[in-house]
Design a protein. Structure first.
Length: 183
């Protein structure tokens, strides 16, 4: 990013001028972050979970499931590209997704664990994302958090071979064993 100089809080307008260099850029609280390319276990978990979410949420005509890269504009100074998200059709614009998704999923990469667990979680809570899920392919875990009083509380979690039922969504079950790639 040597050729990208923004001396103030970055905005969506700045984001649109970022170089097309194959890297994933995000803005959180006006600060620019670059995310490296995901690993194969990361992508496998993403693909498998996306199918489960589509089968559940897309039975409702007003909801859609998307995967990265797709701009989610939480605010002018919070533009992210989460791994998976569930949105209402009314949130879709030519720019991307406008406002907080119903469910936002981040799949951890070893080099960015604190970024997803802390930095992003704080911003997502501040911007009103109702459900934030964290998938950790290395630990083989899924944690589902629900927004309460401006912060996230753990609603349910599971590991390895658990079949996880998410209380906030009637009959949504995630067979965790289907998410893990053995490499």
């Amino acid at each position: 990013m040597a050729d990208l100089t923004i001396p103030r809080r970055a905005t969506y307008e700045d984001y649109c001028r970022f170089p097309d260099d194959g890297k994933r850029y995000e803005i959180l609280d006006g600060q620019i972050h670059m995310t490296p390319s995901p690993s194969t276990p990361h992508q496998y978990a993403s693909k498998r979970l996306q199918r489960i979410l589509e089968d559940y949420f897309e039975t409702t005509p007003s909801r859609l499931v998307f995967d990265a890269p797709l701009d989610v504009i939480l605010a002018d100074d919070d533009v992210v590209q989460p791994d998976l998200l569930v949105v209402e059709r009314t949130q879709i614009s030519k720019r991307g997704i406008e406002g907080p998704p119903l469910v936002l999923v981040e799949i951890l990469s070893p080099s960015r664990i604190d970024y997803d667990r802390l930095t992003k979680a704080r911003r997502y809570a501040a911007r009103g994302v109702p459900h934030y899920w964290i998938v950790d392919p290395a630990a083989r875990t899924l944690q589902c958090f629900r927004l309460e009083a401006g912060g996230y509380v753990l609603e349910v979690s599971g590991d390895d071979l658990t079949e996880l039922t998410v209380p906030s969504f009637s009959r949504l079950t995630v067979p965790l064993s289907s998410l893990w790639l053995n490499v």
